[in-house]
Ligand binder design. Structure first.
Ligand SMILES: Cc1cc2nc3c(=O)[nH]c(=O)nc-3n(C[C@H](O)[C@H](O)[C@H](O)COP(=O)(O)OP(=O)(O)OC[C@H]3O[C@@H](n4cnc5c(N)ncnc54)[C@H](O)[C@@H]3O)c2cc1C
Length: 352
């Protein structure tokens, strides 16, 4: 019997959305299965795209290559969906101390990271509204992806195409046949698990992250602001504040300690250190959310075959928006054209 599909995808977070659209654009027949699960990463992801690793001020892994693929990919989805999802936005790094301020010119001259940094002040940015006694530096080529709008548009399109089934698929529901897999009446040569932190995958290190959404009527920031956390303007004086990292009790958020840490981050950014913490009680308009990042042991994606006719697209950790379009292209080239997987992302690196 011929297959009903070319690929069956399980999971519709950033990985599943990007992979399904990549395959669809190539003319492949795709079925997507997904159920919303508490603690999924994408519904809480801030969606920030930043090509600079802020702790050491170095370019993030293959930043230029990833960005050159990510931006046109999400722009093409905007055309497809008729929705704005890619919001270019500079990032302002508030210097933590004088030493950091003095080192910034050295980073500007660095041939790799310097390409992502802008010289001088950011027009229109009012540093006085932030706690910036040591000044600030500007990272360019950053953006904010509206993950929520993207996922909602994907859901509408794939439901209309009759290609989305909102149903849980467990490993025992997958029947392995001679030349592929069968799942609830669909068959294909490949099933790709895009199930994020819910996967049982060698090398995966689920990590809890918490964010807050809040309304700050007196703050009109036209840039993301970063120092030991970020404040992201998402329009109409609404902001996302994040984010925390926790490696224990990862499924138990939102937590009180997460709330306290986020409030400390906000007060640190706005300069209210020592003042009473932001009110987060009933009626304050502040929403706290928690998700589990599908991080990997070496902070690289996890791609490739994990069983006969089964592959994984996982390990997106904390830069999923930036990495996903390249990962999808790379995995598809591997599955359909036998292009060898890059050793840095190959799932096999974690197999004993
Ligand atoms: C607080 C926080 C802030 C973040 N901020 C950013 C950011 O600013 N920028 C950035 O790039 N990244 C950010 N990330 C990381 C980003 O969220 C991840 O890279 C990305 O969301 C991972 O997507 P995913 O598709 O792999 O997993 P998920 O988003 O978890 O998606 C998995 C999907 O599979 C479904 N599923 C699971 N099992 C099954 C099953 N058996 N059957 C059917 N469906 C199933 C789940 O319900 C879910 O819909 C953040 C993460 C957190 C937690």
């Amino acid at each position: 019997m011929p297959h009903t599909h070319d690929v069956i995808i399980i999971g519709r977070g950033i990985a599943g959305v990007v992979l399904s659209e990549t395959l669809h654009a190539m003319g492949k027949r795709v079925a997507v299965f997904d159920v919303p699960k508490t603690n999924a990463a994408s519904p809480v992801a801030a969606g920030i795209v930043n090509p600079v690793a802020m702790r050491r001020i170095i370019a993030s892994w293959r930043a230029a290559e990833m960005l050159d693929i990510a931006e046109p990919f999400y722009r093409s989805l905007e055309q497809e969906y008729g929705e704005v999802i890619w919001h270019p936005l500079p990032l302002v790094r508030l210097f933590a101390n004088e030493r950091e301020a003095q080192e910034w010119p050295r980073h500007l001259r660095d041939p790799e990271v310097g390409a992502f940094l802008a010289e001088g002040a950011l027009p229109g940015f009012d540093a006085d509204t932030f706690n910036a006694p040591h000044g600030y530096g500007v990272v360019k080529r950053c953006a904010w992806l509206d993950v929520e709008v993207m996922r909602e548009a994907h859901r509408s399109k794939w439901t209309a195409m009759n290609a989305l089934v909102e149903r849980e698929v467990l490993p025992r529901d997958v029947l392995i046949t001679e030349d592929g897999v069968e799942v609830f009446g669909c068959s294909a040569p490949w099933i790709v698990w895009c199930n994020g932190p819910f996967a049982a995958l060698p090398g995966l290190v689920p990590t809890r992250g918490e964010v807050m959404s809040l309304h700050l009527p007196d703050l009109d920031a036209e840039a993301m602001v970063h120092r030991n956390g970020f404040l992201l303007p998402v329009g109409n004086n609404n902001y996302k504040l994040g984010s925390t990292f926790a490696w224990a009790d990862v499924w138990s958020g939102p937590t009180e300690s997460g709330r306290e840490e986020l409030v400390r981050k906000l007060n640190g950014l706005l300069g209210h250190v020592g003042s009473p913490p932001l009110s987060t009680g009933e009626g304050s308009g502040v929403r706290q959310a928690s998700g589990v990042r599908p991080a990997s042991r070496d902070r690289r994606p996890i791609l490739g075959q994990v069983a006969p006719h089964q592959a994984a697209f996982n390990g997106l950790g904390s830069r999923g928006v930036l990495l996903a379009p390249w990962c999808a292209q790379h995995l598809v080239a591997h599955l359909f054209d036998a292009v060898p997987l890059d050793a840095e992302v190959n799932a096999a690196r974690f197999h004993a």
